[in-house]
Design a protein around this ligand. Structure first.
Ligand SMILES: *Cc1c(COP(=O)(O)O)cnc(C)c1O
Length: 935
């Protein structure tokens, strides 16, 4: 018996399943799965998980867990602040499937809405930091700071290996920087900017502005000294403070980084939030991550797309300098909309609110004889209270306000948008001082004199009506799962159920500071504990950490665990990571970041890892072999039968086996990597476990290990946990979205989860069988079956007709579909992953569109249409283009706009025609264009 929910999650019911099985040639799902999955890896028992709960039951359980979190007022600061998410943004972005079910904007013609929002984000970051180019979000401030360090290492001409870090930097940032520095041979040296000279041998300097203690310092002299030494300077700046303070760019900073959390994004016990990274002019090509830029479409109209895509770091594999792939798009959109809604004056007023409260607080403390660490602050003051810190923090906590217990003698207090006079009274009482009266607000040190957010977009949508319409207008431009299927191979675009999403915006999950006292986070910790144990059961591993906030970060965490394990065994020389040629680009990039050398293993003609080449490579590396990193099922979409042999060969040679678990949707309930020979995996909870892609993030990439690697899971400086150091800024990474996978597992139960896998495999095989005679299916495994995705090979078609995968992808837009994954893992192919959530009707609609497109390709091949004027090369077609008064194409308007099978009602119209990416790369513009450009 499936629960009610599993029937909702699975697109197809029993009749449809029977029809699909008939087509594929099997009598039952069991028979299909027995044939598809090699017996050598098969797990035959049921997963030991709680039985499925109904939606009502699971929501009630979540309510109960939520009630065991205490929503206190957190004045802890340290990079996480109270903020009011405007209701119009909460409901129409964070809770809107039009935004949260979208994919990364690799198909820019159907992504103009989120690309505009991200361009606003980049513009906002550039304006506030005074930098030239900002990317469209980093995973958090800590990882952004670590990426800044590597930008400095690559671009500085200084020979030294020292990275000097301001001692007044957020403790979690220092820790993430240290984790990333160690394998790269970089020496991190803390220095006190008030007292110490710059250390010798620096290639880069990291400064916090304002400091973690709240102090505002004039960093200009340090920037000058660093530049004189040939070093680059990164300033981690608080975006809200920068509305009032001199921008890092104005003192010559090379890189700026930080977090956009306090721009309307709930704290969520640590995440997800958008980190930011921006660089001065001349460094834009060294910037990792996704960069939105302006280009033009086939009609010359301005259009947005990801700029310099080939520069997206992980695509460069072992030559990559960063592994970032999934970022924090949904949260970047929220933060950008917060700026759009409030505008520069509104942001300044919010900043002044925080500053005025801090000033008043400080006045009361000083009048009461409390010494402050600095008289120059924005929103945070550090009180010096010899021996009394614990007592004061406890008194405030008892009254519902969390302060920061710096050490026995110091207490940190941060004000923010949500701070009220009541809160200040509580704090004064905890310190035993009298309340202060309204005080004269002193001028800020280093006050900002330059304007920002001058673009009209930040000055137009300030009424709620205007904002609502702006959000609606942008989301209407985009294609997301709320419109139709997104059959992206490797990305697993499955249902993100409303019930799974529901609790994310409850304050008991949203309004919790990551460093809140443990007594206030009992519910969260139980939820995380059960999720980690369920994931361990599902994967067959012994320990799981949810700290990594994307798949790429899970990879790095897993490889660092392997590295630490070898070192602990005295095998310091083991530094080679074998990676098959078919691997996802993040794999090689992560290996390099973990201090490993990448050696590529070939694949054979069937797409399997070539075991003969593997033997050769193992032999050649000898005792330098550290690990192999394979994806299972492979990125070729097949269950390789040689996997158990592969694991054994690597183990025999002293290496560890890393199985990239991004394709776990083909394994859950049927095979466990931790049991078939792997030592470590990361999972992608934003793929297999229903966290929505959010237009390119958030994600969660837990790392799962066998017992011998458990001591090397990620740690955290502010959290009692052993390990190799922090991978993310927050102890539990993007904790705020963990209720989603938790709810998915609870709702599906062991049986439902296994059914999802079987349905996903059936759907992929159904598509493969239906399309096989029209497009060759590149690889298949046992009995000609594919796993949960299939690769359609267009290379011979392209050779014969000139029609490319790009043309097919863009033509699919006219048919109302998002393209499958293009040219990964094999150039010139499309990889289709239908998932279990799409119903047979939608699968058939997709198959019909692909067949119709094939007949269009054939028409081009026959010469019925010229190679340079046909519905494929001209796709996609906009309303404007097909309603033009003059139509001079070789095919009729009706073929352009309503090809076979497309119903006029409800048709998706792209807002722009095909975008010229190269033009935009030659003329790089990565902030908002002026309105005149659209005339
Ligand atoms: C998606 C994916 C990754 C990277 O995950 P991110 O969350 O985008 O960092 C790694 N490997 C494979 C096979 C993937 O499909």
């Amino acid at each position: 018996m499936t629960s009610n929910f599993a029937e909702r999650h699975l697109g197809s019911g029993p009749d449809a399943i029977r029809r699909m099985l008939d087509t594929v040639g099997y009598t039952s799902l069991d028979e299909l799965m027995n044939a598809a999955i090699p017996e050598s890896i098969r797990w035959h028992a049921e997963l030991d998980l709680p039985a499925a709960g109904s939606e009502a039951e699971v929501l009630a359980e979540l309510r109960e867990l939520a009630s065991r979190n205490t929503v206190a007022t957190s004045m802890i600061g340290l990079g996480y602040y109270g903020t009011h998410t405007p209701g119009v943004i909460k409901r129409n972005v964070l809770e809107s499937p039009a935004w949260y079910t979208a994919y990364t904007p690799y198909q820019p013609e159907i992504s103009q809405g989120r690309l505009e929002a991200l361009l606003n984000f980049q513009t906002m970051v550039c304006d506030l930091t005074g930098m030239h180019t900002a990317n469209a979000s980093m995973l958090d401030e800590g990882t952004a700071a670590a990426e800044a360090m590597t930008i400095a290492r690559r671009t500085s001409k200084a020979k030294g290996q020292v990275y000097a870090v301001d001692a007044d930097t957020l403790p979690q940032t220092i820790n993430v920087i240290a984790t990333r520095a160690e394998p790269l041979g970089i020496e991190v040296k803390l220095f006190d900017t008030d007292r110490d000279e710059l250390p010798e041998g620096v290639f880069g300097v990291h400064l916090q502005y304002p400091g973690a203690s709240g102090a505002i310092r004039d960093h200009a002299p340090i920037v000058e000294a660093a530049h004189a030494a040939g070093a680059l300077v990164t300033v981690a700046g608080d975006l809200l403070a920068l509305t009032l303070l001199r921008a890092p760019g104005e003192i010559g900073a090379d890189v700026a980084c930080g977090s956009a959390q306090r721009f309307g994004v709930p704290m969520g016990f640590g995440g997800p939030h958008a980190g930011y990274l921006a660089v001065r002019s001349g460094l834009e090509r060294a910037l990792p991550g996704r960069l939105v830029g302006v280009s033009k479409d086939a009609d010359g109209a301005p259009a947005y797309r990801l700029a310099l895509q080939t520069r997206e770091q992980h695509i460069r594999r072992e030559k990559a300098t960063s592994n970032i792939c999934t970022a924090q798009v949904l949260l970047a959109v929220m933060a950008s909309m917060y700026a759009v809604y409030h505008g520069p004056d509104g942001l300044r007023a919010i900043a002044r609110h925080a500053h005025d409260h801090a000033t008043l607080l400080a006045a009361g403390l000083t009048a009461g004889g409390v010494e402050l660490a600095s008289g120059q602050f924005f929103d945070t003051v550090t009180a010096i209270v010899p021996g009394r810190a614990a007592e004061i923090v406890a008194a405030a906590e008892a009254a519902g306000v969390n302060l920061w217990h710096v050490d026995a003698d110091r207490v940190g207090i941060a004000c923010d948008e949500t701070t009220t006079a009541e809160h200040l009274y509580t704090v004064w009482a905890a310190f035993g001082v009298e309340p202060a009266d309204a005080t004269d607000v002193a001028d800020l040190a280093l006050a900002r004199t330059t304007d920002f957010l001058t673009h009209p977009v930040f000055r137009t949508h300030h009424s709620e009506t205007a904002m609502l319409r702006y959000l609606r207008r942008l989301s209407d431009l985009d294609y997301a799962l709320d419109r139709g299927m997104i059959p992206l191979g490797s990305c697993t675009m499955k249902l993100n159920a409303t019930t799974e999403m529901e609790s994310v915006t409850w304050p008991e999950f949203g309004a919790i500071h990551p460093f809140a006292p443990a007594s206030q986070t009992e519910g969260y910790r139980e939820l995380i504990g059960s999720l980690e144990s369920w994931l361990a059961e599902i994967t067959g591993y012994d320990a799981v950490s949810v700290q990594p906030n994307a798949g790429s970060q899970g990879e790095l965490a897993g490889l660092l665990a392997i590295r630490a394990f070898h070192r602990a065994n005295g095998d310091v020389q083991r530094d080679v990571c074998l990676i098959p040629s078919s691997a996802h680009g993040t794999n090689a990039a992560s290996a390099v970041m973990a201090g490993m050398r990448v050696v590529v293993v070939a694949c054979d003609d069937l797409g399997n890892v070539d075991l003969v080449d593997l033997d050769r490579k193992i032999e050649a590396q000898g005792d330098r072999l550290a690990a192999i990193m394979v994806t299972y099922p492979s990125t070729h979409g097949v269950y390789e039968t040689g996997i158990a042999t592969l694991c054994a060969k690597v183990h025999d040679a002293g290496g560890q086996v890393y199985v990239d678990g991004a394709n776990l949707n083909a394994l859950v309930g049927f095979a466990k990597p931790g049991k078939f020979g792997a030592d470590v995996s990361h999972l992608n909870l934003h793929k297999t476990f229903c966290i929505p892609h959010g237009g390119g993030g958030p994600g969660v990439g837990p790392v799962a290990v066998r017992e011998h690697l458990a001591p090397y899971l990620p740690g955290h400086p502010l959290h009692p946990q052993s390990g190799v150091g922090a991978i993310s800024a927050a102890p539990h990474g993007s904790a705020g979205i963990l209720p989603i996978p938790w709810a998915y597992v609870r709702l599906m139960g062991p049986d439902g989860l296994a059914q999802a896998t079987a349905h996903a495999v059936l759907a992929a095989n159904y598509v493969a069988v239906r399309l096989r005679e029209h497009y060759p299916v590149l690889y298949s495994g046992n009995k000609g079956l594919v796993a949960h995705e299939c690769i359609l090979d267009l290379r011979t078609i392209t050779k014969a007709t000139g029609v490319t995968v790009d043309d097919v992808a863009k033509r699919l837009i006219d048919y109302g579909f998002h393209a499958p994954t293009m040219s990964f893992p094999v150039a010139g192919t499309l990889m289709v992953e239908p998932t279990e959530s799409e119903d047979l009707g939608e699968l058939d609609r997709f198959v019909a569109a692909m067949i119709a497109i094939k007949s269009e390709i054939d028409a081009v091949g026959r010469g019925d249409w010229p190679a340079d004027d046909n519905p494929l090369v001209n796709a996609p077609h906009t309303v404007k283009s097909v309603s033009a008064d003059i139509w001079e194409h070789a095919y009729p308007r009706s073929v352009a706009s309503y090809p076979a099978g497309v119903m006029p009602v409800g048709k998706y119209w792209p807002p722009v025609r095909r975008i010229d990416g190269a033009y935009g790369d030659r003329n790089l513009v990565c902030s908002c264009p002026s309105p005149e450009d659209f005339e």
